[in-house]
Design a binder for this molecule. Structure first.
Ligand code: PLP
Length: 378
């Protein structure tokens, strides 16, 4: 492949070199971490070292980290509230589908609470909903940051409301991890989801982090791994890679100002080329690495394909399944018209992004806009 410019970290960040090396070394550990012999103990040690690093990324205790097969499984595990009580599940309208479509807390579909036009959870609406609850406890899921717009969500305020109502709060921090500082206690979260591949770790590994004393109902039955909370022989190499990625991501938080500067430069360049482009969630606090903008009158997939041909990888802000491009549920929940939403693209930066990448993006974007909308670009 020729030189590529990769600006789709929110989909998957590139594997970090240090992670690759650690994963390859860990693949050669022969033991099962549950075995008592030296090989087993070596595998166990590797997992526990990674657990400490992942816990540090979330500001949590190592014993409260449950390794899973990724963010989707962490969300599913979280949304199986402790049994024995009646729960009603509330989720923000902009959650990832793995939360939106969950049916585990109660048999019913979760109630969705709205977001503002800037994509930020409307906590007044949530509080009103919770005050009307009788005989059931609220289980609320509110992500720390949205994957499409980067909008940060008021998790600490929400947890106060939820706890006052006698409930539990889960936060999907898959996109926030390594991009903003996370602290379980400050967030007031009972449960928090993470995924390795968004921070330069391998795909297929993630974690659910618990508040001290919190418990979850396992998804599967079987062995006693992960303190009986997630049976199955652990993905040793994946977990080791996750640990290395978490450690690097924590150190990299110091660079978030520089990432935000590059993102702002990109956004400024886009607006200079297309003055009527609409930056979504522009007025809210956002992840430093994410921008989502719509070009009126141009379909997102046209932009994504043209940029791909020019060697630049970005995403459409719309969900694309089986060839049918639908306006994203996130942008719809923000009240963005389907027509504008169909022109939304997401550009997400990360640890390897340089100013040269931003320049390459703007050059390619300028050329394609010149072709697609010659009058605007002139
Ligand atoms: N939650 C959010 C906010 C995400 O963006 C994603 C991935 O796109 C997930 C959960 C799912 O994570 P995984 O791909 O590890 O299952």
């Amino acid at each position: 492949m020729n030189q590529r410019t990769y600006l789709d970290y929110n989909a998957t960040a590139p594997l970090r070199d240090e992670v690759r090396e650690a994963v390859i070394a860990a693949l050669s550990i022969p033991g099962n971490p549950s075995s008592v012999h030296a090989e087993g103990r070596a595998a166990r040690r590797a997992i526990e070292a990674a657990r400490t690093k992942v816990a540090a990324l979330a500001g949590a205790r190592a014993e409260d980290v449950i390794f899973t097969s990724g963010g989707t499984e962490a969300n599913a595990l979280a949304l199986g509230a402790p049994p024995g009580e009646a729960w009603h599940c509330y989720v923000s309208a902009v959650e990832h589908p793995s939360v939106l479509l969950s049916r585990r807390v109660s048999q019913k579909a979760p109630t969705r609470f709205p977001v503002t036009s800037d994509g930020v959870a409307d906590l007044e609406s949530l509080a009103k909903e919770l005050s009307a609850l009788e005989e059931t406890r609220p289980f609320v899921s509110l992500m720390a940051a949205n994957n499409e717009t980067g909008a940060l969500q008021p998790v600490a305020e929400a947890s106060q409301i939820v706890h006052d109502a006698g409930g539990m709060l889960h936060t999907d921090a898959v996109q926030a991890a390594g991009r903003i500082k996370l602290d379980m206690a400050a967030l007031g979260a009972d449960l928090l989801s993470l995924s390795a591949h968004k921070i330069g770790g391998p795909t297929g590994v993630g974690a659910l982090v618990l508040r001290p004393g919190a418990s979850v109902e396992p998804l599967l039955r079987g062995g006693t791994q992960e303190r009986r909370r997630r049976p199955g022989t652990e993905n040793v190499a994946g977990i080791v890679g996750f640990g290395v990625a978490a450690e690097l991501a924590l150190t990299d938080l110091a660079n978030s100002g520089a990432t935000a500067k590059l993102r702002d430069e990109l956004e400024g360049g886009v607006l200079a080329l297309v003055p009527d482009a609409v930056v979504l969630s522009a007025e809210s606090e956002r992840l430093p690495n994410t921008t989502c903008f719509a070009v009126p009158g141009v379909k997102a997939e046209t932009i994504v394909i043209a940029l791909d041909l020019a060697g630049v990888a970005v995403s459409a802000g719309s969900a694309c399944s089986s060839g049918k491009v639908e306006a994203s549920h996130v942008l719809s929940a923000m009240g963005i018209s389907d027509e504008l939403a169909r022109g939304a693209i997401r550009v997400s930066l990360g640890f390897a992004t340089t100013r040269a990448d931003i320049k390459t993006f703007l050059k390619a974007f300028g050329e394609l806009i010149g072709r697609l909308r010659p009058r605007v670009a002139a």
